[in-house]
Design a binder for this molecule. Sequence first.
Ligand code: PA5
Length: 410
Amino acid sequence: MQFEHFGPVDGMQALMAPAAECWRSLSDNPQYQDVLGWLDCRKATEGYVQAVLDKAAQWRAMADTLVVVGVGGSNQAARGVIDALGSRGMNIVWAGNTLSAYELNKTLKALEGHSVVMHVIAKNFETLEPGSHYRVLRHWMEQRYTKEEMADRVVLTGTEGSRLHEMAIERGHLFLPFPKPVGGRYTAFTVVGLLPIAAAGLDVGAYLQGGLDAQKEINSSPDNAAFRYAAWRNAQLQRGFDVEMLVSFEPRFERLGRWWRQLFGESEGKDGKGIYPACAIYSEDLHSIGQYVQAGKRFLAETFLSVKDDGADVPVPEDKESRDGFDYLDGSDFTFINKAAEAATLQAHEAGGVPCARFSVDRCDEYAFGQLYYTFMAACAVSGQLLGVNPFDQEGVEAYKRSMFAILGK
Ligand code: PA5
C-alpha cells in the first residue's frame, strides 16, 4: 500500500516528528490506558480466532442468512469488507443501525423463508438501535426456532459482565466478548469485525495479515503512510482546508468510506476542532459535486483511494456502423478508461487549487482491507492528537441521546 501527496505542502514536514512522537507516546498517556486494545492486531483477537472460525463454519453449514445487529463501530468495519468483496454463500443482513420502522419491516419480510442466524454486537448494551432490534428479531426467531436451536443460532458480543453477557449465559448462546479496551470504531480486528467476515466466507487470515503488516510497517519506520497522511491532513487544515473528502473511482469502496467517515468524524470532531470527513464515489459524483469541488469555495482537500489491479477486464467492442461518437474508445478496456478518468480528475482538481493525496492498494481484497483499516486507525490516533483532541472518546453523541431518552421515557 502506498500513500502519496501531490505537490509540496507547507507545514507538513514540520508535523512528521510530532506525528511519530504522538504514536510513540500513546501507551505512556494515562488518559489512554483503557482504550489501546486495538494497537496490536494479534492481541485484539487473541484467543478468539478459532472460536470465530468454528462458529462461522457451523453457521454456514446450517443457515443461509446472517443478521448482524449493531450500529456505528459495532458493524461498519465488517460491512465495509463484505460490501466490497461480496458474501460467498451466506446472505448478510444488517440490522440495528437505524430506527426506521419501514426498514425493520423490510428486514423481517426479507428473512421469511430463510434459515436465519444472528450476531448481536453492542458494547454496553444501552444503545437504542441494536437493543430494540435485538428484541424484535429475538421474538421473530423464537417464534420459528426451539430454545435448543436458538442456542446455536445466536451469538452475543458485548462487554463481559454486561446484561447482554448474562443473557448469553441464561440462553446458552456463545458469548464472544467485545474487548473492554477497544472503542467501537477501532474494533476492525476484534471479534466484532471477524465473525461477520468469516461467516461471509471471506479470508480472515489474509485480512488479519494485512493489519499485521501495516502495524509492522508503522512500527518499523517513522516515514510510513499513516504518519505522512496524518501530517498531510493536519497541514491542510492549518492552511484552511477544513473538509477532507475520501473519494474513489471504485464503487466497492463506498461502505469503507462510511467506516472512514465515522472513524475520523467521531474521533476528531470535538472541542470546536476537527476536519470534517466527507466521501464521494467518482466518476458518478463528479456529475453532482464535481462542479463544486473544481470551482467552489476552497476549503476542501481530497484523498483518493485507488486500486492498481481492479480484477476485471471489460473491453469496449468496435462498432464502425453506428457512428455513436465513441470510436475513440475502440479496443480500450474499462480499467484503462477508469484510470484515465482518475488521473484526469486528480490533475484538474490539483490545478483548481484542491490539495490532493492518494492511497493505492494492489487489489481490492481481504489483505488490502486489513492494511487500510489498520493504517487509517493509526493515522486517526495520531491525527487527533496533532489536532489536540482525545481521539478515543465521543462525549458529543450523548447530547441528542439525553433528549431522546427523555422523550421516550427512559
Ligand atoms: O465508536 C464508537 O464507540 C461508537 O460508534 C459505537 O460503536 C456505537 O455508538 C455503538 O455502540 P454500542 O456497541 O455500545 O452499541
